[in-house]
Design a protein around this ligand. Sequence first.
Ligand SMILES: *[C@@H]1O[C@H](CO)[C@@H](O)[C@H](O)[C@H]1NC(C)=O
Ligand SMILES: *[C@@H]1O[C@H](CO)[C@@H](O)[C@H](O)[C@H]1NC(C)=O
Ligand SMILES: *[C@@H]1O[C@H](CO)[C@@H](O)[C@H](O)[C@H]1NC(C)=O
Ligand SMILES: *[C@@H]1O[C@H](CO)[C@@H](O)[C@H](O)[C@H]1NC(C)=O
Ligand SMILES: *[C@@H]1O[C@H](CO)[C@@H](O)[C@H](O)[C@H]1NC(C)=O
Ligand SMILES: *[C@@H]1O[C@H](CO)[C@@H](O)[C@H](O)[C@H]1NC(C)=O
Length: 427
Amino acid sequence: MAAKKVAQPVVLVTWGLRTPFISLLAILLACLVVAAVYLTGNNGWLLEGLIVSSTSFSSTTTIGSSSGNSGSDHKCNLFVGKWIYDNVSYPLYSERQCSFMSDQVACEKFGRKDLDYQHWRWQPDHCDLPRFNATALLERLRGKRLVYVGDSLNRGQWVSMVCLVESVIQQPKLKSLHFTHNSSLIKFKAKEYNATIEFYWSPLLVESNSDDPLMHRLPDRIVRIQEIEKHARYWTDADILVFNTYLWWKRTYMKTIWGSFEDVEHGIYKEVPMLRSYEMALKTWSDWVEIHVNHTKTKMFFVSMSPTHQTGDEWGKRREENCYSERWPIMKEEYWGRGSNKNMMGIVGDALAKLRDRGVDVKLINITQLSEYRKEAHPSIYRKQWDALTEEQLRNPTTYSDCNHWCLPGLPDVWNELLYAHIFGFS
Ligand SMILES: *[C@@H]1O[C@H](CO)[C@@H](O)[C@H](O)[C@H]1NC(C)=O
Ligand SMILES: *[C@@H]1O[C@H](CO)[C@@H](O)[C@H](O)[C@H]1NC(C)=O
Ligand SMILES: *[C@@H]1O[C@H](CO)[C@@H](O)[C@H](O)[C@H]1NC(C)=O
Ligand SMILES: *[C@@H]1O[C@H](CO)[C@@H](O)[C@H](O)[C@H]1NC(C)=O
Ligand SMILES: *[C@@H]1O[C@H](CO)[C@@H](O)[C@H](O)[C@H]1NC(C)=O
Ligand SMILES: *[C@@H]1O[C@H](CO)[C@@H](O)[C@H](O)[C@H]1NC(C)=O
């Protein structure tokens, strides 16, 4: 039993501790850590303290079980668990007090009165999530760049992260936002820490005609399936990378070109079935991160698909209804709706497995199942509307409800707690 636990420091070897003496020391220390976890009985706060003060052990993985079966020696899967209503510890910040809140997700500001969606805690089955400590994260990011790369869901998670950390920086002049590269890149800077938390807009990861962060609502979507460098040059040297790409692929066929966009005018493109094009894009992305990202320096994460709640019959309403007016999560265990495509999930899983075979570790932050339950956590009608609403729409709010994005504070805060747990080596 004990021997199995200590087997974890194998990970340490890949972190560059190679001499036998240091390995021995590592194993001894790991024993201490494991012992400490048992002593603290379950929740691992002490482990957090140890890890924070000792960066080289950030890959220790096992945490004690909280549900009485501490005899089992499986790694705790943070993504399997349940939602607990907790209006004492949540939300982790207030919408109004976050200096960098986005109108796209500020549901309370845009009139939402039922605020229960802010009060849910994610409880993994066999352990607890570590408490989010903004100071500890900023310390960890000192002199570093944390960069989110992807679509508006990933941008929502980035806003959440900025809100989670900015409250511990009291003086306004020590925190700021900067827009660069035609706003493709947005940087939150924490001056005292010389740390940045950034978001880079590239909704399909590879190059596409939707790459303008402001004007991307085009009728015809075209991807340059083998091109990523135009974007990647801005994030390749980051210290932590958090990718996602999903919703923009949801169509039967994707117009795909290998040459430049001008070639489309000459008809050199192909309508490729979506799954195949998704696979090709992830191959382009994988090749890039394998060859160009320094794996010793950079930690990489991929956030799995964010579910939508567009058709109410999935949870017992009429099909024409959606997330509008929902106030409570779905309580059915292992609920899975039509908004999440398991085949696409599989393609991401395969891409990450292939990278792992080639020695490149990109951790999946598997938020899909846990987010499936949260039909009430979308903005629906409570967000900034970019276009004026028609009489027709106003009569029928379902028609303009946003059931893709998520209110803040809310679900994306939990995604970031999961990311935090992984950055600090909890799983
Ligand atoms: C928190 O939730 C409990 C149980 O639902 C409720 O009794 C209590 O009034 C709530 N407290 C606040 C401050 O909303
Ligand atoms: C948060 O982290 C900081 C820096 O590591 C530490 O000093 C502080 O005690 C932590 N706070 C809590 C509540 O754990
Ligand atoms: C600040 O961080 C950047 C990396 O993001 C680094 O290149 C630079 O040297 C740091 N500056 C100082 C003054 O530490
Ligand atoms: C910004 O957009 C303009 C006009 O589309 C373009 O000429 C320029 O190269 C872009 N700059 C960057 C840094 O992408
Ligand atoms: C990769 O990063 C490590 C750690 O920061 C550094 O020591 C090493 O020189 C880097 N390798 C390359 C090829 O830049
Ligand atoms: C993510 O988690 C779900 C539910 O726990 C699981 O069905 C799925 O296979 C996982 N995805 C991957 C790529 O591991």
